[in-house]
Design a protein. Structure first.
Length: 424
């Protein structure tokens, strides 16, 4: 049975401010996550000293994945808060928590200075940011999609374009710092610069979010007093299907995040050159999600996403085979651009509006948040660790392509099921 669309009229006044309010927090969240992934090799030396570099990198990537342990809790608590008190209040809360986590990471002394307290505090910072990020997607996605019922896919796609912009900025930091600084300077202070830059964004996000209006669908009400109880009672299958739809896109996103580390450790490219591909992929992922959103509003999400994921399943392994045969900066940029176009822009970007169609407004944020975060927890955040271990265990540098194809099949099956639930 399809969920009936909420009857609300599109607003024009103040919409730009509302879009900025939702997307700036998304930029802040993803920028911080990307910066950590971008500088994982350097961070591993600073906080996880070991005689085996592979072990140190594994521990750094495991710390990256630890943030996803608490994402479900953030999705439940912040998502429920958004459906009870409003999308705006939840957006303010998530931005504030992310700011605290970024501050801790940026100023935290390394292992040589404070010993085992350094990695412990780093994990705490990642857990705090993971909790915040758990509620961020559902709140921002719901807030954007509810701005105009006739263009839900386009408005929801803006969150994904913002993530693409975060990729560009994070990768540019990686390229510039690795070009200008030697390894000693990078380890001593260079890696902290992008985290400190992130601290300039957090207060701006808080200020803007505090001044926006509530979303029209929430104002149309009535709000439910127990959104978590209701979504668990009525929507368990919908949440499972939503998580399946999300998985292929978020795995592809984290494969792209992992690519600079892959380029350095597997292709043996210079650190600065390894970020060129991320910049190209980020530019593609900034522009084309909006195109996909417009097409999804016109032709339907299932059609646009289905075509994209079928192409992705077919080309994933050949892409990494090509990269293995021709391990150059140009090939790396091509591969990341294609992943950004197929998996991210045309499959992943419309996912936000699919989730909003699966759940009624009274429990839309909590339902979307749990679906998204469940997928992130079991497939997304652990992708760098899984891929790294697949390569180490098999010796096959094409392992990321295999993983992408398998997750693409899961996404396609889930997408077809969602169509039977009324998603268009």
């Amino acid at each position: 049975m399809a969920v009936a669309p909420t009857a609300s009229l599109p607003r024009t006044a103040g919409r730009t401010r509302e879009v900025v309010a939702a997307t700036i927090g998304t930029f802040f969240e993803w920028y911080d996550l990307l910066i950590y992934g971008t500088f994982a090799v350097v961070i591993s030396h600073q906080f996880f000293p070991t005689t085996d570099p592979t072990v140190g990198l594994f521990l750094a990537l495991l710390t990256f994945a630890s943030a996803y342990l608490v994402r479900p809790l953030g999705a439940i608590l912040i998502g429920s808060y958004a459906d009870r008190a409003g999308r705006k209040q939840a957006l303010v809360l998530s931005a504030g928590l992310m700011l605290i986590g970024t501050l801790i990471t940026g100023i935290l002394p390394n292992y040589d200075s404070i010993g085992v307290a350094a990695p412990v505090l780093l994990v705490i910072a990642r857990l705090l940011q993971g909790f915040s990020a758990g509620g961020e997607f559902g709140c921002a996605n719901t807030y954007l999609a509810e701005q105009n019922p006739r263009h839900r896919a386009f408005f929801a796609s803006l969150q994904f374009s913002t993530t693409g912009l975060a990729i560009v900025v994070a990768a540019t930091f990686g390229f510039v710092l690795n070009s200008l600084l030697d390894p000693a300077a990078m380890g001593a202070w260079g890696w902290r610069v992008p985290f400190l830059f992130g601290l300039l964004i957090g207060p701006v996000a808080l200020y803007i979010r505090q001044g926006v209006a509530e979303s029209p669908d929430f104002e149309a009400g009535p709000a439910t007093a127990h959104p978590l109880r209701e979504v668990l009672r009525h929507d368990k299958l919908r949440m499972l299907v939503g998580a399946g739809v999300v998985c292929a896109g978020n795995v592809a996103s984290y494969v792209n995040i992992y690519m600079p580390t892959y380029a350095i450790t597997q292709l043996h490219l210079p650190p600065a050159s390894a970020f060129v591909g991320s910049i190209v992929g980020g530019l593609v992922s900034t522009i084309f999600p909006m195109v996909a959103g417009l097409l999804a509003d016109r032709y339907g999400n299932v059609v646009v996403m289905g075509c994209a994921i079928i192409v992705g399943i077919v080309i994933a392994y050949p892409l990494f085979l090509l990269l293995s045969l021709y391990p150059t900066v140009g090939t790396l940029a091509l591969i990341q651009g294609v992943i950004g176009l197929v998996f991210y822009s045309f499959y992943y970007a419309p996912v936000g509006t699919v989730l909003t169609q699966l759940f009624p407004a009274s429990r839309r944020t909590i339902g979307s948040s749990i679906s998204y975060v469940a997928s992130q927890t079991f497939f997304g955040g652990v992708t760098p660790v899984v891929v790294n271990q697949m390569i180490a265990a098999t010796g096959n540098p094409m392992s990321p392509g295999i993983y992408l194809s398998v997750m693409g099949c899961v996404g396609l099956c889930s997408l077809l099921i969602s169509r039977r639930m009324g998603v268009r």
